[in-house]
Design a protein around this ligand. Structure first.
Ligand code: NAD
Length: 489
């Protein structure tokens, strides 16, 4: 096996940090061995990034030329969708069909921010005095640290790299320990698309070492983070100490609500998709289900039937619904939550164990699981499990439902299934969540802002404003008066 190089300051180099092994979660086989970045590599990457974003060749490049790089990357990604999806699947075990979706969404993100870059406008406010004209425009921030989790690498990484580059910055990407390969492949694509050297570096390594050093580096002007709430809280402190801006896309424990008039078949399939796709390893997973008491029994029977039909299997096998979890350690933490639910008096309606199929024994698989009968105060109802585990409960009163749905430190997303849009909008307005899906779940549009309420995050990604998050406004005043300022007289 050859040693994978990492991309520092526009060069492919051997990292000077500790060895890092990327494994395939389906069977534990080794994808690649590499040396992680070292603290010296962090310094090198930041120094090169700081030079590169100030270079007139990048800084003064007309926006449509800067956009060209992103358009080229978008086309490269589309043309290589299959190979990239295969790599994404090897990196984190997502079924190939899901990985293809993520790859195409990354291509769309690059295209969207290329267009946002080309059409970026300043502001021409009407001033309060006729003696002055003002305008305000957007400038880059400088060096951006982008720190990402393992669950959807290509999509979450492009969601940071594209708007940051479109805004004229340099980016240093620190991917999750478990998934270094996709970020490195992205770097290769940007290099091929002609991105000037130094504007992008990829530094695989431990969060507490390399991520920490990057975030704390005096040359870094913004931390764009996606990951767990505790890490996000810590990075908010780091950013506060440096007085730099940050955006935090964090965890969730999102409620999904089924009203009695919902299309039951559509709702049951939507609920199953919302929690069990990506084997539940999604920040937006609809992991708490509230079904109206009038339809609870029938709905849960159908949901159980659908869940029983889901195929847990090798992520490269067509038709697999749930692939493995990221690693055995994480699988065991999911299993421990289910054990806890049993101890707390919960009834495991389906799942609640690793699959017995011997062909899956080497992978970190867990069966899709539905638990009922838990008190809302139980840990399993309150903490993010990040696995295929759904807790379900009936409700019959809207105020009580809203209180339960909002009784969470998180506020990332929510789902509502009903045929009546008045009910959906009334209920949606009462839910503390950054995204509310009605009669759909986990659908995404790059033009729609995304982010969390409460401990699910700070700031928004995507949307036309997404590029502004990586820029700062500068205002100019142009004096129009002909007479000298009378103050000196
Ligand atoms: P994590 O917080 O453990 O790690 C995320 C990234 O932060 C990794 O690259 C890690 O190496 C790095 N990191 C860890 N400690 C650090 C430190 N002290 N300084 C700097 N960087 C550090 O999260 P994870 O386990 O990789 O991912 C799962 C979490 O991500 C879940 O909580 C999930 O909900 C969340 N997530 C949120 C979104 C969103 O958009 N809201 C999307 C995907 C995942």
């Amino acid at each position: 096996m050859t040693m994978h190089k990492i991309f520092i300051a526009g060069e492919w180099r051997e990292g000077r940090g500790e060895p890092l092994i990327s494994t395939f979660p389906a069977d534990g086989s080794i994808n690649a061995e590499l040396n992680a970045a070292s603290l010296e590599d962090v310094d090198d990457a930041v120094a090169a990034a700081d030079r590169a974003w100030r270079e007139p060749a990048w800084r003064d490049l007309p926006p449509h030329r800067r956009a060209d790089v992103l358009y080229r990357v978008s086309r490269l990604i589309e043309a290589r969708c299959e190979a990239l999806a295969a790599l994404q699947t090897r990196d984190n075990g997502k079924p190939l069909a899901e990985a293809r979706g993520l790859v195409m969404s990354a291509a769309g993100t690059a295209r969207y921010f290329a267009a946002a870059c080309e059409t970026l406008e300043g502001e021409l406010p009407t001033p309060r005095s006729a003696d002055v004209m003002t305008f305000s425009h957007y400038e880059p921030l400088g060096v951006i640290a982008a720190i990402t989790p393992w669950n959807s690498p290509i999509a979450s990484e492009m969601q940071k790299v594209a708007p940051a580059l479109a805004g004229g910055n340099a980016v240093i990407l620190k991917p999750a320990e478990a998934t270094p390969l996709m970020a490195l492949e992205l770097a290769a694509l940007f290099e091929e698309a002609g991105l000037p050297k130094g504007l992008l570096s990829v530094l695989p390594g431990k969060g507490r070492v390399i991520g920490e050093a990057l975030a704390r580096h005096p040359g870094v002007r913004r931390i764009s983070f996606t990951g767990g709430t505790e890490t996000g809280r810590h990075l908010a402190h780091v950013a506060a100490d440096k007085l730099i801006s940050t955006s935090l896309e964090l965890g969730g424990k999102s409620p999904t609500i089924v009203l009695p008039d919902a299309d039951m078949e559509q709702a049951a399939k939507g609920v199953a998709y919302g929690i069990f796709s990506s084997a539940g390893q999604a920040c937006i997973a609809g992991s708490r289900l509230y079904v109206h008491a009038d339809c609870y029994t029938a709905f849960m029977e159908r949901l159980e039937e659908i869940t029983r039909g889901l195929r847990v299997g090798h992520p490269e096998t067509p038709g697999t619904h749930l692939g493995p979890l990221i690693n055995i350690r994480h699988r065991d933490s999911v299993a421990a939550y289910v054990d806890q639910a049993r101890q707390d008096g919960g009834h495991v309606r389906i799942g609640g164990q690793v699959p017995t199929d011997p062909s899956l024994a080497a992978g970190s698989y867990y069966l899709p699981t539905i638990i009922e009968g838990l008190a809302p105060t139980s840990r399993v109802c309150r903490e993010e499990i990040f696995g295929p585990v759904l807790v379900a409960a009936p409700f019959d009163d809207e105020d009580d439902l809203v209180a339960q749905a909002n009784d969470s430190v998180y506020g990332l997303a929510a789902g509502i299934w009903t045929r009546d849009y008045r009910d959906a909008l009334r209920l949606g307005a009462r839910l503390e969540a950054g995204t509310v899906w009605v009669n759909t779940y986990k659908t995404f549009s790059i033009s729609t802002p995304f982010g969390g309420f409460k401990e699910s995050g700070l700031g928004r990604e995507k949307g036309r404003q997404g590029i502004h998050a990586y820029m700062q406004q500068k205002s100019f005043y142009l004096g129009l008066g002909q007479t000298p300022n009378p103050w000196c007289d």
